[in-house]
Write a protein of this length. Structure first.
Length: 733
């Protein structure tokens, strides 16, 4: 073993930078600087007191010898010079800090007081230092060349995680000629090792001198640590309108490996570093000086519900104001703050308020999780402010992702598996439902999505997870989100002559996952049109000009966002005994009514009423209690939840059904003629496309709604059967 690398704490390029204040790397001045800094770090770990006689770092080391979480504010109060050094040259001083922690731990374990005169002879333990700080994170867009090799703090959302690799901290190389062994340190992060060109063995007389580049790596004798790369993307709410979100490569090692899954919101402390991108699309041919930036992570904070989304701590004044607001008529006041620019739609506003606050998530003893998030579907005529509601929720919800049906694929909504161009390995990237974990996904033009893409979100809407089994990656991602969707009926407008099934052209599997389904109609009434017209003109006249990127967040919206945040973290209501009984009897009655209706009309309701709908009313009751910061949902809350449910989903389930029963004489004749024509067109046991059949009969001069009614009556008599999501008709008798 050669003499230059004894101690082997420092990496090859770090000793040189530390020697800057006193000549060459081996100079006494550099060694003295290193030694004094090492002693200060050891002193900090040993003697820093959080309270009188409470040595938190020392205790923490003994309790968990693998890593030590250090608060930069504590270090600053102990010695500001150390923090300045750590911030300006973290690659140089962090290994010293880790070495100091290792030595202190070795001392503590053997209970021998450290000798301050020289470095201890005991073998230092391997301790990882993780840093944390209370400063505000910088924006990813501000990171530039001036930050390289500095300590930075950024926040974002993880969109991808690679598999774990083994990274060498040093490699043992052996000379092919003379079998001389040398130990070469590796740079941390994504850096490599600089292997010397020649062997330093002096040949004996008669021996052949060693050639250039004689080394072979001995992998078994080298030392490794775990390493993983993550992709961090800007938080969706921080991306300026019209811009693509930026992302940054992160490198984590040792105890930070495999602690993060895609979709997690993070705030990280790290060293802004650079590496030479090999054979990737970004590296320029012959551009030796061009390097790719990445962040070598030295501390991770996960944004939990309690401390995420903006300033974590609420001031005492804010809390008092929130409690005062909740004690007054909070429900009514909140509903008046929901989309004030939209006229009317009182029940939709109440439903949106419930969606923003959400119910309580529950964990059952057998490990099953029940969702607390509320899903709402707005279905109806164009120009009834459906998209405006979605845009309002996107601005107001603490976390929100807005997407449109035609521009969304199954992979974009759930998760995609992507192959890395340089390493050729597959990794996961989370989609909209994963990125909005803990918030709301707004899906506009829900009916324009391909049906196979809609099926992809079934699991995300009920189980609140996304299971992936692609390209050898089998995993489950969290998607604890509410879904607010807006859709138009298949013909564009809501047609009162058609049945509910034809207007709500969605599968019952997805309809049952919506807690509230609103049918929003554009009613043509002179008095109402006049009021709406004056309201819209007033809104346009009083609107201020948008500045900058067009994002204007009013003081009201900001306050509402904070209040929602506070309620969601502080309040987790449950149903009271009396409320449970009331709910039970009401649910049984609702099911009875639906059965009776089905018997009368001979057809099942368009919107199924199942146990999911009972859970929906529970969630709505909890959300109403949460708005008032109550920890118990009462009968009053249950009654309002049932009223909302009746006004929305039950109304949708019953719409259009009654109209099939009573036909006028003239209509009945037309329906009979249509039935005769259908029987002529389609032989028993044959299939035909519903669209094709309707087109043929309308060309003969028949009314489309009459043909549809004839089909429904034949279906009730069991003469025809619908196949393939009602697109194909089979004649049975």
């Amino acid at each position: 073993m050669s003499g230059w690398d004894e101690g082997a704490i420092y990496y090859s390029d770090q000793a040189q930078s530390l020697g800057g204040d006193g000549g060459d790397p081996g100079s006494n001045a550099a060694a003295a600087t290193r030694h004094s800094v090492l002693q200060k770090f050891k002193e900090f770990i040993r003697s820093f007191e959080t309270q009188k006689n409470v040595f938190s770092y020392r205790e923490s080391l003994l309790h968990n010898p693998k890593y030590l979480l250090v608060d930069i504010e504590d270090l600053d109060s102990f010695d500001a010079d150390l923090v300045a050094k750590l911030r300006s040259a973290p690659s140089d001083y962090l290994p010293l800090f880790e070495n100091a922690a290792g030595q202190v731990l070795a001392n503590l374990k053997t209970k021998v007081p450290g000798n301050e005169g020289k470095l201890e002879e005991r073998v230092p333990e391997d301790v990882q230092i993780l840093l944390t700080s209370k400063e505000d994170p910088a924006s990813m867009r501000q990171l530039g060349a001036q930050c390289i090799s500095k300590l930075i703090k950024v926040s974002g959302i993880t969109i991808a995680a690679s598999r774990v690799k083994a990274k060498a901290t040093y490699v043992i190389v052996m000379c092919k000629n003379c079998k001389n062994v040398q130990r070469v340190p590796c740079r941390p992060g994504l850096g490599g090792a600089i292997v010397p060109r020649s062997c330093n063995h002096i040949p004996q007389p008669g021996e052949e001198p060693c050639p250039l580049d004689p080394w072979v790596v001995v992998p078994d004798k080298s030392k490794y640590v775990d390493q993983q790369t993550l992709k961090l993307q800007e938080n969706p709410e921080d991306v300026p309108t019209g811009e693509l979100p930026r992302n940054m490569l992160l490198s984590v090692d040792r105890h930070l490996v495999q602690t993060i899954v895609p979709g997690t919101r993070l705030t990280i402390m790290g060293i802004y570093s650079i590496y030479q991108a090999s054979n990737s699309a970004t590296s320029h041919k012959g551009a030796v000086a061009v390097r790719q930036p990445y962040i070598r992570v030295v501390g991770i904070e996960e944004a939990t519900d309690a401390n995420s989304r903006g300033p974590s701590a609420f001031t005492q004044d804010e809390i008092e104001e929130f409690k005062r607001f909740a004690s007054e008529d909070a429900y009514k006041n909140i509903c008046s703050k929901i989309a004030p620019s939209i006229f009317g739609h009182e029940d939709v506003k109440k439903a949106v308020a419930c969606l923003l606050f959400g119910g309580s998530r529950k964990h059952l003893p057998d490990g099953v999780k029940l969702r607390g998030d509320i899903n709402v579907l707005l279905l109806g005529d164009p120009s009834t402010a459906k998209s405006q509601f979605l845009k309002f929720v996107e601005k107001t919800a603490p976390v929100a992702v807005y997407t449109s049906g035609k521009g969304s694929s199954a992979a974009g909504l759930t998760a995609s598996v992507i192959r890395d161009s340089s390493s050729r390995e597959f990794y996961l990237e989370g989609g909209a439902m994963v990125l909005a974990d803990g918030g709301v996904v707004c899906i506009d033009e829900f009916d324009k999505m391909r049906s196979e893409d809609r099926v992809a979100i079934h699991e995300a809407m009920e189980q609140q997870t996304i299971s992936i089994a692609k390209a050898g990656i089998t995993t489950v991602l969290n998607s604890r989100t509410s879904v607010l969707a807006a859709a138009n009926p298949p013909s564009g407008r809501y047609d009162d002559l058609k049945t509910a099934q034809d207007n709500i052209d969605l599968q019952t599997t997805i309809l049952s996952r919506f807690d509230l389904i609103f049918i929003v109609k554009d009613i043509r009434m002179y008095s109402q049109d006049k009021i709406i017209a004056s309201h819209i003109i007033k809104v346009h006249a009083s609107a201020g000009a948008a500045l900058g990127d067009g994002r204007v967040v009013s003081k009201e919206e900001n306050w509402l966002k904070r209040y929602i945040q506070y309620c969601r973290t502080e309040c987790h209501p449950r149903l009271s005994e009396t409320a449970s009984r009331e709910l039970q009897s009401n649910y049984v009655k609702i099911r009875q009514d639906m059965r009776q209706l089905a018997n009368e009309t001979g057809e099942a309701a368009a919107v199924p009423i199942t146990v999911r709908q009972l859970e929906a009313i529970v969630r709505l009751s909890e959300a109403l209690a949460k708005m008032q910061l109550r920890h118990e949902a009462t009968e009053e809350h249950v009654r309002e939840a049932i009223r909302l449910f009746n006004a929305a989903t039950m109304d949708a389930a019953k719409s259009g059904i009654q109209q099939q029963v009573n036909l006028t004489g003239e209509m009945a004749n037309e329906v009979k003629q249509a039935e005769t024509q259908i029987r002529r067109r389609v032989g028993i046991g044959n299939h035909i496309s519903e669209r094709k059949l309707i087109d043929e009969l309308t060309r003969m001069g028949m009314n489309e709604s009459i043909v549809r009614r004839a089909l429904i009556i034949m279906h009730q008599r069991d003469e025809v059967e619908y196949k393939r999501e009602r697109r194909v008709i089979l004649r049975k008798a």
